[in-house]
Write a protein that binds this ligand. Structure first.
Ligand SMILES: [Zn+2]
Length: 247
């Protein structure tokens, strides 16, 4: 579980501010606790570095608008979701439960205050599209889970994934949900194939265990957050440039 370290998990000594500077302290202390020498996971500085890079990118992309603090919070949450899902195989409700109403509320803001830069590409009526996004996001993965249970006799997604996609639907609307599912599936397939090939080279024939889907959904959510506009422009330009033939 990735959480802010205010205390050493082993000797329980509280960590002074000068030993808690993101990334810098970890390097200076040689990845060890100052008091007892217990190794500090490389995950902490990695999470901090990725979050810091995303914050910079959000500021560069959205400038001084309401969207910047909102998307910084969302980026940090999605990084957290990714690492918690990778280590604990669960998606924290602490993120998704407040995230769904927050996303819906922000779609109202986007509707009446376009300068907020809370982009909702492909959406006609932000609030309506966000509500549909929650239903489509939550519903589609829920159905997939049930279908997988019936057809493959094993669970597909956990409910954490359902709530996560519902949350992304609330933030970005239903057209983005479709884009997120497609992007997450593409990344998931590439990683999945690489994982199977890696297992083959190890001679490991063991069946693939539970593969968390949360990280793929999170990365896809970030892609849509940053490049949603470009994705929809590309899609509609493509559709107009080569309209499907009606024979
Ligand atoms: Zn310690």
């Amino acid at each position: 579980m990735v959480k802010p370290r205010s205390r050493c998990p082993k000797c329980e000594n509280s960590i002074a501010w000068y030993d808690n500077i993101p990334m810098v302290s970890w390097l200076l202390l040689g990845a060890k606790c100052r008091h007892c020498g217990v190794p500090i996971s490389w995950q902490y500085p990695l999470v901090e570095a990725i979050t810091a890079a995303l914050f910079l990118f959000v500021y560069w992309r959205f400038g001084i608008t309401l969207a910047t603090p909102v998307y910084m919070l969302l980026s940090a949450s999605l990084v957290l979701v990714t690492f918690v899902d990778l280590t604990d195989w669960t998606i924290p409700n602490e993120v998704t439960f407040p995230g769904i109403p927050l996303g819906l509320a922000l779609s109202l803001v986007a509707m009446f205050y376009p300068e907020s830069n809370l982009h909702v590409e492909g959406n006609l009526l932000p609030v309506f599209d966000s509500l549909l996004g929650v239903l489509l996001g939550g519903g589609s993965l829920y159905l997939l889970d049930k279908l997988s249970l019936v057809l493959l006799k094993k669970r597909g997604m956990g409910f954490g994934d359902v709530k996560l996609l519902a949350m992304l639907g609330a933030f970005f609307g239903w057209p983005s949900v479709i884009a997120i599912i497609m992007i997450a599936s593409i990344i998931g397939s590439i990683v999945g194939i690489a994982y199977i090939l890696y297992q083959k080279t190890k001679g490991d024939t063991e069946d693939a265990h539970y593969l968390p889907f949360g990280p793929y959904l999170s990365v896809a959510g970030l892609v849509v957050m940053f490049f949603g506009q470009q994705i929809f422009n590309f899609y509609f330009d493509f559709m107009i440039a080569s309209p499907p033939s009606m024979m």
